[in-house]
Every structure is written in structure tokens, then in C-alpha cells.
Design a protein around this ligand. Structure first.
Ligand code: ARG
Length: 592
């Protein structure tokens, strides 16, 4: 179905046309904003008049005289030194919403981006044989939301989970597993992902500790382990096969955590550090031949004028160590080549902890010097801040250890389940339903708390606040959605139907205009990679709906037409909430 022209776009168009007629030479942006005084305010005329050395109020008056109101603009007036206040007709609001409502594919009339490209997004990148912690939560949650949002705009999105699956630490593990081949055997049934995941992680953890202990105590084991690193890098088949067992075991665990997170992670998108192994030599050769990298004390390095250590000495990016080994930089540089030249990306996004900012700055600058990145192919570190405990310090257990992601999710689900149970005063939900809703509310709460502050900022992990029913939480939004569904169920014969001939109450207009603004929000959120702006849009939507519901009786409205029109507003609000929440990876249960 054809996209719906939003009221903002339509008013913008009308004003721009009038402006360029009044001021032919200007590149005329009227700077249209939603406003409290009227429906919209145009603030651009002042600056345009100044540039053209014209009188702003006069220019504004000319624009008003020339603007084509059609059946969209009810009222347009000059205010202050040269602002325009614009009021929309009730009919245009309802008609616009009705057009969105007929869009049954869930897009609500929202257009695709005009110039979609290919974005490779690097997110949800845990490390093999290691427990996932709260930092991996942020990358997964933010990354998944950005994926959904970009795909919604029609962007071709390639997902990459750059897992840490390579390095010298595997020598010790591989050697130990070879000597104790049954350490990774499973008791849990393969279908039970949660149990298998737990078991996989506890196997890996036990094996890791045992291998470490032996490594520290036994010189001969240490020698054998070191030899395995060499074998691994040389591609010895048996060593690789044992290494693969670690990767597979870890994936069982990762998938169980992602399932708990209610997030789709696809196996082919997992391309870890090891995936670029064959490119490392060539990456170094290209960098050295082009002079981007130079040898320094046996290592291959890239230097930067503005990056120095505390001692004032330059801090290089080490592409190849003096012993010939490759590290994190070499794999990332090779991954850039793969993403640019094989996957044909225009944009590379990295959803990674802000503490890796320097690494990415150096890697991107190196790639630019090498010509792999340029004005047409850009890389961006979407840095996220630290998750803090209630005390404002980095989130730790009481024992001072990093918090296991699974424990944290379990606790959120437990809390949410208690809230759902408590709210179900009429005992309408079965135990199974309570458990299902509890998971949807709990995981939603964790995701929303993460997504509702701008990614770059730190945030406090506060479960009490996260599952609170009032305030800026996902539960609040989920309840708004469920309440609408319950009204729709109670409507009986009355069907949601738009009646453009009806006058609208102030609360209906405010709700309607906000719903219409979803398109602009999506565009902004997608171009800025800013899911928190979507969260705040949805929160406002729920708040405007609450006001509407308080002020405007729905099922008891004055006339049957009004009942239908208000049901229609309810239903469209619900669909918008549903769509927006889905883009954030959050469920909207029909009953709560
Ligand atoms: N595995 C890394 C970690 O746990 C994150 C990887 C980020 N992505 C990248 N291309 N370097 O910190």
C-alpha cells in the first residue's frame, strides 16, 4: 500500500512552496515543529528574512497570503517577530489516521527510506568459553533494536556477531580437553535449551578452572599447552577440531541466553574473530606496502599524531606483534575489508562499550588511511556507557564479582512475575499465563531500561524502578496496550471506524497528531541510531492516550459515530504502540 503523507510533511510542503514563491532565491526550510500554542509552529522565517535582508513579519505575512490551505490548514497566523502558528482541521487529522489504519501490513503508512543502503552492524558479541555479563546485554539489546529499526526503513542490514573465539588462551583449553575428552559431555536433553545452556556454561567454566590450575602448577602441561597455540595458528586439523568443540559448546550457551532475551540470533551471522584468519597476512601486507603501517621494534604499527600515552610517547595501533602474533586490531581491520569489499557495506556500525573508543578510533583512522573507508563508506562506533548498580558504581555482585547475565535476567523475570500476579486480582490468568507474561514483562523491563536512556550514558540497573507500573517503564506501556485491547473486546457490536466529519476534542487532536508523527520519529531514530528517541515517543504516546481516556469516554460517548471514532483512535494507538515496542524488541501481551 502507498505510504501516507504525514500532516507534518504536508504542511511543510505547503509552507515551503509559499516561501519560495515569496523569496525565490532562498533554500526555503520553514523549520516546522509541533507546538503547544497551535498544532505546529514554523520558526524558519526569521533566519531566512535576515539572510535576504527582508522584514521578517512582512515575509511571514506574505507566506500566509500565499499558502495553499486546502482542507488541511484550518488557521495560519503570524506571531511574535515572524513565527507562524498553524492549526490543522479536525477532518485532515482523522482522514490521515484513517489512511494509516487501512494499512494492514503493520507499517501504518510509514514510507521506506528514499535511499536505502547496506549497513553491517556488529553487535551481541560474547566471548567463547566465557560467561556473558551485563556489558554483553547492552550490545545485544541496543544492537537488536537498531537492526529492527533499520530493517523497518528498508535498509539492507547484515548482522555480524564478532564473538571472541581466537587467541592464545585456547592453547591451554584445547590441551586440557584433549587430555580429558569427556569434560564437555551433556546430561540435559538437547531440546531443553535453558538446561543445556546452563550445563554448557558450567562445563566450560569447570574446564577453564581446571585447565588454569594445571597450567599454573605443571610446567610440562604448560609446554604442551603453548605448543597447541602454535598448532592452532598453523591450522592443524585435530587442534582445530578440538577448538571447534569449545565454539559449539559456547554457542549452546549463547543461544540459550539469547532465547531468554527473546532475541533472534542466527548462526550464519556469527562470524567471530577466527572468521578473518585467512585475511590477516594480506591485511598486514597491504598496510605495510602502502606505508600506513611501519615496523617498530619488530612489531607492525600504525602511529597517530594526536594519540599519546601519559608519558607523551605516541601510542601505536599494533597490527602484528613482534612475535608474529595477531591481535584484536588485525582481526578488526580485516573485518572492515570483508564488510566493505565483500559485503558491499556503505555503513559499518559497532555497538560496543565506550571503553573501547580508542581502539575503534585507531582502527577506523587506519582503515581511512588505507582507503578502505572514505566519504561514501563510513564506520561508526555506537558506544554505550556502563551499567551501574544502585550505588552508582559499576554493577557488581555483593562479593565484588561481575554479574552473570542469566542471573540478572532471572531476577527481572521473578520480579515481573510477582507484579503480574499481584495485578491479577480477579484471578483471570492461569499459572502458565502468569509465567509467560512475567517473562515478557521482565525481559521488556530490562530492554526498555537499557533503551530509554541514550546509549552513550551510563545507567543504573534498578529492578524496582524497572518493573514499576507508573513512570517511564515498559510495563507502563504494556499495560496501556493491554487496557486498549480490553476496551476493544468490550466494544461488542461497535467496530472501530473513522468518522472524519466529527469534531475532535483537544485530547483527541493531541493524540492523533502524535500518532501521525510516528513516521518522522522513525526517520529520526533511524538516521541518528537513537532508539531512546523511539522509547520516549512511545512513552508520550501512552501518556497522551491516558489523558484522552480520562477526558473522552469511549464506549459511553454521546453518539454511536463517536463511539466508533474513539474505538478507532484506541485501536490505532494500540497498533502504533505494538509496532514501536516490537522495534525495540519488546512484547505487547494482549492481556495483563
Ligand atoms: N567480544 C568483544 C567483547 O566482549 C566485543 C567485540 C566487539 N566487536 C569488534 N568488532 N571488536 O568485549
Amino acid at each position: 500500500m502507498a505510504p501516507v503523507t504525514s500532516l507534518t510533511a504536508s504542511v511543510h510542503q505547503r509552507l515551503a512552496t509559499a516561501l519560495s514563491a515569496a523569496l525565490p532565491e532562498a533554500d526555503a526550510d520553514p523549520l516546522l515543529r509541533r507546538s503547544d500554542r497551535a498544532d505546529f509552529q514554523a520558526n524558519g522565517i526569521l533566519a531566512l528574512a535576515k539572510k535576504a535582508k527582508a522584514n521578517p513579519r512582512e515575509l511571514a505575512t506574505q507566506v500566509v497570503a500565499r499558502v495553499e490551505s486546502g482542507d488541511v490548514i484550518k488557521d495560519i497566523e503570524v506571531s511574535g517577530p515572524g513565527f507562524l502558528n498553524i492549526t490543522i482541521t479536525d477532518r485532515a487529522i482523522t482522514q490521515n489516521l484513517a489512511a494509516r489504519y487501512t494499512d494492514t501490513d503493520g507499517r501504518l503508512g510509514i514510507p521506506y527510506a528514499k535511499h536505502p543502503g547496506t549497513t553491517v552492524i556488529d553487535y551481541a558479541q560474547p566471548n567463547v568459553a566465557k560467561e556473558m555479563h551485563v556489558g554483553h546485554l547492552r550490545s545485544a539489546v541496543i544492537g537488536d533494536a537498531v537492526v529492527q529499526i533499520l530493517e523497518f526503513t528498508g535498509e539492507n542490514v547484515v548482522r555480524r556477531h564478532h564473538i571472541g573465539d581466537w587467541g592464545t588462551q585456547f592453547g591451554m583449553l584445547i590441551q586440557y580437553l584433549d587430555e580429558h575428552p569427556h569434560e564437555l559431555d551433556h546430561k540435559a536433553a538437547a531440546e531443553d535449551t535453558a538446561a543445556s545452556g546452563e550445563e554448557a556454561m558450567s562445563n566450560l567454566d569447570r574446564l577453564y578452572k581446571a585447565a588454569r590450575k594445571l597450567f599454573d602448577a605443571d610446567e610440562e602441561f604448560k609446554t604442551r599447552a603453548r605448543r597447541r597455540v602454535v598448532d592452532l595458528q598453523a591450522g592443524d586439523p585435530h587442534t582445530l577440531a578440538t577448538w571447534q568443540r569449545f565454539v559449539d559448546e559456547s554457542k549452546i550457551y549463547f543461544f540459550s541466553v539469547f532465547e531468554k532475551l527473546d532475541m533472534e540470533i542466527r548462526d550464519p551471522d556469527i562470524v567471530g574473530e577466527s572468521g578473518y584468519n585467512d585475511m590477516l597476512d594480506e591485511t598486514c601486507r597491504l598496510l605495510e606496502e602502502s606505508g600506513v603501517a611501519v615496523r617498530s621494534e619488530g612489531a607492525l604499527c600504525v602511529f597517530f599524531d594526536d594519540i599519546k600515552g601519559t608519558d607523551g610517547e605516541p601510542v601505536p595501533l599494533i597490527v602484528r606483534k613482534s612475535d608474529g602474533g595477531y591481535g584484536y586490531a588485525a582481526t578488526d581491520l580485516s573485518a572492515i575489508r570483508d564488510r566493505v569489499f565483500n559485503l558491499k557495506a556503505n555503513t559499518l556500525l559497532y555497538v560496543v562499550d565506550a571503553r573501547q573508543a580508542l581502539h575503534f578510533r585507531m582502527v577506523f583512522e587506519t582503515a581511512r588511511r588505507a582507503g578502505w573507508l572514505n566519504d561514501d563508506v563510513k564506520a561508526l562506533h555506537l558506544a554505550f556507557g556502563t551499567v551501574l548498580g544502585k550505588d552508582g558504581k559499576p554493577f557488581k555482585t555483593r562479593e565484588g564479582e561481575t554479574v552473570r547475565l542469566v542471573d540478572l535476567l532471572e531476577e527481572a523475570i521473578d520480579r515481573a512475575t510477582a507484579v503480574v500476579r499481584e495485578k491479577d486480582t480477579q484471578h483471570q490468568l492461569s499459572e502458565e499465563e502468569i509465567a509467560e507474561r512475567g517473562a515478557q514483562v521482565g525481559i521488556g523491563a530490562v530492554k526498555y531500561a537499557d533503551l530509554s536512556t541514550s546509549a552513550s550514558r551510563d545507567y543504573k540497573f534498578d529492578l524496582d524502578q524497572m518493573v514499576s507500573l507508573n513512570g517511564d517503564t515498559s510495563v507502563y506501556l504494556q499495560y496501556a496496550y493491554a487496557r486498549i485491547q480490553s476496551i476493544l473486546r468490550k466494544a461488542g457490536e461497535a467496530k472501530p471506524t473513522a468518522h472524519p466529519e466529527l469534531d475532535l476534542a483537544a485530547a483527541e487532536r493531541a493524540l492523533g497528531l502524535h500518532i501521525d508523527g510516528f513516521a518522522e520519529t522513525i526517520e529520526e531514530v533511524a538516521t541518528e541510531y537513537a532508539p531512546h528517541k523511539l522509547a520516549s515517543y512511545l512513552y508520550q504516546l501512552a501518556a497522551l492516550y491516558t489523558t484522552f481516556y480520562d477526558k473522552c469516554p469511549v464506549l459511553k460517548a454521546d453518539t454511536p459515530a463517536q463511539v466508533e471514532n474513539r474505538l478507532f483512535l484506541c485501536d490505532l494507538t494500540a497498533r502504533t504502540l505494538h509496532r514501536g515496542m516490537a522495534l525495540l524488541g519488546i512484547r505487547t501481551p494482549e492481556r495483563l
